[in-house]
Design a binder for this molecule. Structure first.
Ligand code: HEM
Ligand code: HEM
Length: 166
């Protein structure tokens, strides 16, 4: 996959999420708006971490030496922030989940698809963090695949959760 496809996907995701989150429905409640803002920031942080896959992929596949060297340097810098980014995103999302549960749970119902996909996204995030810790301790073939798979499923679930109409 050429690297610009990956850049286009990122740009589309950022534009799409901003338009959807801030254009689709509005509230009078500042608390709920805060809950949306926290989630918007968190998904941008998670997007940075998910991008590690594409950066490593381009490093592996590229035949252009300059691209390999530049991306290797970038990936080392980004990996230093990988765990802090994951923890910051997790804290923001915990607040988001709390706000939505307590402010909207009774109104839309705790079994609304938006809620169910939210629970599932939290579950996949926990699994991704757990797999990340395993991989951090000792990288085996299985642990690599495990962290990558959970991270991609997590991304898929939170994208569904995000674009699901309320
Ligand atoms: C217990 C877990 C969760 C619950 C109950 C929950 C609930 C909700 C609800 C009710 C909304 C709609 C707010 C609105 O549009 O006014 C929402 C929006 C959103 N959630 Fe969650 N969520 C949870 C977890 C997550 C997770 C783990 C992520 C991302 C990793 C996430 C990302 C988002 C984003 C980006 C939005 C904005 C989309 C929109 O406004 O419709 N949420 N969430
Ligand atoms: C939001 C949570 C996270 C996401 C979305 C995420 C995503 C990713 C992705 C997509 C990769 C590239 C995998 C590959 O190409 O094989 C990666 C690598 C990695 N992640 Fe995570 N990760 C998260 C949290 C964590 C945490 C909490 C840790 C450790 C405590 C961690 C440790 C690692 C390590 C050690 C690598 C391998 C880096 C290398 O090969 O040099 N990750 N992560």
């Amino acid at each position: 996959m050429p690297y610009y496809v990956w850049i286009i996907i990122n740009v589309l995701f950022i534009i799409g999420s901003v338009l959807y989150i801030w254009g689709a429905h509005s509230y009078d409640s500042t608390v709920i708006l805060l809950g949306k803002l926290l989630a918007q920031l968190a998904i941008l942080l998670f997007l940075i971490n998910v991008n590690m896959y594409f950066i490593f992929l381009v490093i592996r596949k590229s035949k252009v030496r300059n691209v390999k060297v530049a991306l290797s340097k970038l990936s080392r810098k980004m990996m230093r922030a990988h765990i802090p980014i994951a923890l910051a995103g997790t804290s923001l999302i915990a607040l988001h989940a709390g706000i939505m549960l307590f402010q909207l749970g009774e109104i839309i119902g705790f079994f609304h698809p938006k809620m169910i996909t939210g629970y599932f996204a939290i579950f996949m995030l926990a699994l991704t963090l757990f797999a990340g810790v395993l991989r951090h301790k000792k990288a085996s073939g299985f642990r690599r695949k495990f962290h990558l798979t959970t991270a991609m499923i997590f991304a898929g679930v939170f994208i569904i959760h995000l674009f699901l109409p309320l």
